[in-house]
Design a protein around this ligand. Structure first.
Ligand SMILES: Cc1ncc(C[n+]2csc(CCOP(=O)(O)OP(=O)(O)O)c2C)c(N)n1
Ligand SMILES: [Mg+2]
Length: 715
C-alpha cells in the first residue's frame, strides 16, 4: 500500500477509535479551531487528489503540504495584506488565507494541478501557490531564492512610511513573511538573506519581516542534524527567535501569534521555527522508505497534524463523527471538483505560452519632469556645467539626478553608492541630494542588493540597483535570471519586477583590474526572455537610454539592465586632446527608444558595434564607412539594424565580448538570415583579460578594425 493510503486509513481508524495523541487546545475557540481544521482537511484532500489526478494523466504536480498543515494557524495569526513569500508546502497557509478573504481555494488549486489555462495563479504555466488578491506572489522552484526579496519587501514596507510611492500596495503596519524548509536554511541565499535582515535590524532600520523555518528534519533524502535549525537560528544578531510545534494547531497558533505580534509591534525581524513532519515523501515519485528506515517514516505518520487537530477538537467538544465528516466531506468535494477540471483547456502554442513574458503596463502618474527651481536647488553649481561637453560618468550622474528628482519612488541601492558616490564617482552627490531613504549603501552581498530591489518593487518603488562590477553579477545572477525575469511569466503577468539594474562592466581599463574588473562577457544577460539590455557607447546616448530604461520600468514594468562601459566613463578624446568623446547633457525630454540603433555616416562599409567597439571604430577612421551602434543588446534591435545596413556593400561586426557566446554570434546569424553577404566579425578572443600592459591584447583594437575591414573588402 502506498503511504497516502496508509496515512488516510490511519486517520479514519484512529479518530474513530479515539486512539489519539494528547493535545491541550488553548488559545483558539472551538469554532475557529474547527474552521482551521477544515482548511487543514481541504489541504490534505488536495494533496491526495493531486496524486489521483497525476495517475489519471490529468495532473502534473504532486509536491504536497501534508504534515505542514499547521501553516493554517500561521495564516490565521497574520493579516491577508501581510505579503507572504511561501514555501511550496504551504497549501494550508493559502487555503486558510483565502478563507480569511472569503475565498475558496479548492477549484483554483485543482486548475493549477491540471496546468489549465484558467489557473488564476500562473495561467497554466507552472503549478505554484500564489494569488494577487491574497498578497502571495508565486515563488520559483529555486530553494531559498525568495528570501532576499522578502527582506526587500519588509524594507519597502518600512521605507514607505517615510517615502510612500504612489503605487504602494502594502499597508504601513503590514509585515512581510517568508517560509522555507530546514534543508533550505543551509542555502547560501537563505544565509545571506538572514544575515542581511540582521545587519539591517541592528542598525535600527525598520524591517518588519517574519521568517518561518518549517523543520520536517529532512531535505529530499538528506537528514538535517538533530538540533541544527534551532542552534543555527536561535542566536542570530538582530533576529528574535520563536519556536512552536507545527503539528499542533494550537501551539503553532500560539508561537505564530507571538512572533507576528513581535514583528508588527517592533518592526524588527523574527524567525519562527516550526516543527513539522513530511508525509508521503518529497513528492509523488519519491518513496521515502527507499532511503529512510520504515520506523522513521511511521513515526512521522504518527505525528500527523490532522490526528492532533482531531484530538484537540474532540477535547473542545466536537463529536467524533463530525470530525470525520469534515475530513471525508473535503475529500468528496475535491474529487468531485477534480472531475470537472480534468479536461479544462490548457495553453496551446508558443503564442499562448509566451503571452506573459512581457508584463502588463504599470499604473503611473504622468509628469512634466523636474521643476526648474527644484533643479537649481538640487544641482547647485553643476547646473551651469550642463551646457558644456562632459564625460559619460558625469552625464549619467546628472541623468540619475533628474530621474530621482522627477520620480520620488526611484531608489538607488548598492555597494558604496552613497557616501563614496560609487567606485567611479557615477553616483556622487546623490546621497546629499536625496538622502539615505533614496540612496542606500547596502551590505556587501549582491544577492541582497538585487533582492532588496525586487522586494521594494513589490511595494511600488522603482529600484535602480547597482552591481559594482559585471563579474560580481554572477554570484547573484539567479535573482535576475530565475527571480525577476520569470515572475511575470509564471504569474500570468500579475506580478512583475520592474527595475533598472546598472552594472559597470566591460574591458579596456588601462592596466587596471584584470579579468574581474574587466569582465567582457554579456551572454548571461542576453538569453533571458523579457529582459532589456542596454549598453551605451557615449554620454549622450547613456543619458537617453537610461531615461528610456527608467520609463520602461516605471511605466511598463520592465526589467532593464544597463551595462555602463567603465573605460568610457572618463573618456574625453578620440584623437589626442580633441574632446570629441565628450557630450552635452541632452534636453530633458530626449530619450532613445529601446530597439533603436545609432547610425553615423552614409558609407558603403557598415561597422556594426557597440560600447568600446563604437569608440574604437571612431578612432579607426575607416573611409567610406557607416558606424552603427547597436546600443540595445537584448532583445537585439534587428529591425532597426537591418534598416541601417541597407545598401551597404560590406558589413563588419566588431564585438568586444568573446567570440563564443558573444553579441556578434546573434548579429551574424540575423544578417545571414536576412540574406546579407560580404559580412565578417571581429571579436575578442575566447580568453579572460590580463592585467598590466597586456590588458587589451585579447580585445579588438582600432588598427585591428582597419585590418578586418581591409580583409573583408579584399574577399
Ligand atoms: C537551489 C536549489 N537546489 C536544489 C533544489 C532541488 N530541491 C528541491 S526541494 C529540495 C529539498 C528541500 O528540503 P527542505 O528545505 O527541508 O524542504 P522540504 O521539502 O523538506 O519541505 C531540493 C534539494 C532546488 N529546488 N533548488
Ligand atoms: Mg525539510
Amino acid at each position: 500500500m502506498n503511504r497516502v493510503s496508509i496515512v488516510h486509513d490511519n486517520f479514519l481508524r484512529k479518530v474513530a477509535a479515539r486512539d489519539l495523541p494528547s493535545v491541550a487546545p488553548h488559545g483558539l475557540d472551538a469554532d475557529t479551531s474547527r474552521d482551521l481544521f477544515a482548511h487543514q482537511c481541504l489541504t490534505r484532500a488536495l494533496d491526495i487528489v493531486s496524486r489521483e489526478m497525476q495517475k489519471a494523466g490529468h495532473g502534473f504536480y504532486t509536491i504536497g503540504s501534508s504534515g505542514h498543515e499547521g501553516m493554517a494557524a500561521v495564516a490565521h495569526a497574520l493579516r491577508v495584506d501581510d505579503i507572504a513569500f511561501l514555501h511550496y508546502r504551504d497549501g494550508a497557509f493559502q487555503v486558510a488565507r483565502a478563507a480569511q478573504n472569503g475565498q475558496d481555494m479548492c477549484r483554483d488549486m485543482l486548475l493549477s494541478y491540471a496546468c489549465a489555462a484558467d489557473d488564476p495563479t500562473s495561467g497554466g504555466r507552472h503549478k505554484v501557490l500564489g494569488s494577487r488578491d491574497l498578497f502571495i506572489p508565486p515563488q520559483t522552484s529555486t530553494i531559498a531564492s525568495h528570501l532576499p526579496k522578502a527582506v526587500g519587501a519588509a524594507y519597502g514596507i518600512g521605507l514607505a512610511r517615510r517615502n510612500r510611492p504612489e503605487e504602494a500596495i502594502l499597508p504601513a503596519d503590514g509585515i512581510a513573511v517568508a517560509s522555507f524548509g530546514d534543508a533550505s536554511l543551509n542555502h547560501s541565499t537563505a544565509q545571506g538573506a538572514i544575515n542581511a535582515a540582521g545587519w539591517t535590524s541592528v542598525q535600527a532600520v525598520p524591517l518588519p519581516l517574519l521568517l518561518i523555518c518549517e523543520d520536517n528534519g529532512i531535505g529530499i533524502s538528506t537528514r538535517t542534524p538533530t538540533g541544527w535549525v534551532a542552534s543555527s537560528l536561535a542566536h542570530r544578531p538582530g533576529l528574535t527567535y520563536f519556536a512552536g510545534d507545527g503539528c499542533d494547531l494550537w501551539d503553532a497558533y500560539r508561537a505564530a501569534s507571538e512572533a507576528v505580534a513581535f514583528v508588527r509591534t517592533h518592526r524588527k525581524p523574527a524567525v519562527l521555527h516550526l516543527r513539522t513532519v513530511r508525509l508521503y515523501g518529497h513528492a509523488g515519485a519519491d518513496v521515502a522508505t527507499s532511503y529512510l528506515p520504515r520506523a522513521e517514516v511511521e513515526a512521522d505518520e504518527r505525528d500527523d497534524p490532522l490526528l492532533r487537530s482531531a484530538a484537540g477538537l474532540i477535547r473542545q467538544g466536537m463529536r467524533v463523527d463530525d470530525v470525520l465528516r469534515v475530513y471525508t466531506d473535503a475529500l468528496d468535494r475535491v474529487r468531485a471538483e477534480a472531475d470537472k477540471v480534468a479536461h479544462a483547456p490548457v495553453l496551446k502554442g508558443p503564442g499562448e505560452v509566451m503571452a506573459a513574458i512581457v508584463p502588463h503596463a504599470r499604473p503611473h502618474s504622468t509628469t512634466n519632469g523636474p521643476g526648474a527651481e527644484a533643479r537649481v536647488a538640487v544641482f547647485g553649481g553643476d547646473l551651469a556645467q550642463t551646457d558644456t561637453p562632459q564625460p559619460m560618468s558625469k552625464l549619467i550622474n546628472w541623468a540619475l539626478t533628474d530621474l530621482m528628482l522627477t520620480h520620488p519612488e526611484t531608489v538607488i541601492m548598492g555597494e558604496d553608492v552613497g557616501r563614496k558616490g560609487g567606485v567611479y564617482g557615477v553616483t556622487q552627490k546623490l546621497l546629499n541630494r536625496f538622502g539615505p531613504n533614496r540612496v542606500i549603501d547596502t551590505l556587501l552581498d549582491e544577492q541582497s542588493i538585487l533582492g532588496l530591489a525586487i522586494g521594494m518593487a513589490h511595494n511600488g518603488f522603482v529600484p535602480m540597483p547597482e552591481i559594482q562590477f559585471l563579474a560580481y553579477l554572477h554570484n547573484a545572477e539567479d535573482q535576475i535570471r530565475g527571480e525577476a525575469a520569470t515572475l511575470p511569466f509564471f504569474s500570468n503577468g500579475q506580478w512583475a519586477n520592474p527595475m533598472v539594474l546598472r552594472i559597470a562592466g566591460l574591458g579596456y581599463q588601462k592596466g587596471f583590474g584584470g579579468h574581474f574588473h574587466n569582465d567582457n562577457a554579456l551572454a548571461v544577460l542576453r538569453d533571458i526572455p523579457g529582459l532589456i539590455l542596454g549598453c551605451p557607447s557615449n554620454g549622450t546616448d547613456a543619458v537617453q537610454m537610461l531615461r528610456e530604461c527608467h520609463r520602461l520600468a516605471r511605466e511598463e514594468n520592465r526589467l532593464c539592465v544597463f551595462v555602463e562601459p567603465i573605460a568610457l566613463y572618463p573618456m574625453r578624446d578620440v584623437q589626442p586632446a580633441d574632446g570629441a568623446w565628450m557630450c552635452k547633457y541632452p534636453a530633458l525630454d530626449q530619450r532613445i527608444a529601446a530597439g533603436q540603433v545609432g547610425v553615423e555616416g552614409t558609407g558603403d562599409v557598415a561597422i556594426v558595434t557597440f560600447a568600446n567597439g563604437r569608440y574604437l571604430a571612431a578612432q579607426a577612421q575607416v573611409p567610406n564607412s557607416r558606424l552603427i551602434d547597436l546600443r540595445w543588446l537584448a532583445p537585439l534591435p534587428l529591425d532597426s539594424l537591418l534598416a541601417a545596413v541597407e545598401g551597404c556593400s560590406h558589413i563588419l561586426v566588431v564585438d568586444e565580448t568573446r567570440r563564443s557566446g558573444g553579441v556578434a554570434e546573434g548579429i551574424m546569424a540575423a544578417l545571414l538570415e536576412a540574406g546579407h553577404q560580404n559580412i565578417a566579425r571581429y571579436t575578442a578572443h575566447d580568453s579572460f583579460i590580463a592585467t598590466g600592459r597586456a590588458y587589451a591584447d585579447t580585445l579588438p583594437s582600432a588598427p585591428g578594425i582597419r585590418d578586418a575591414v581591409r580583409r573583408l573588402i579584399a574577399t
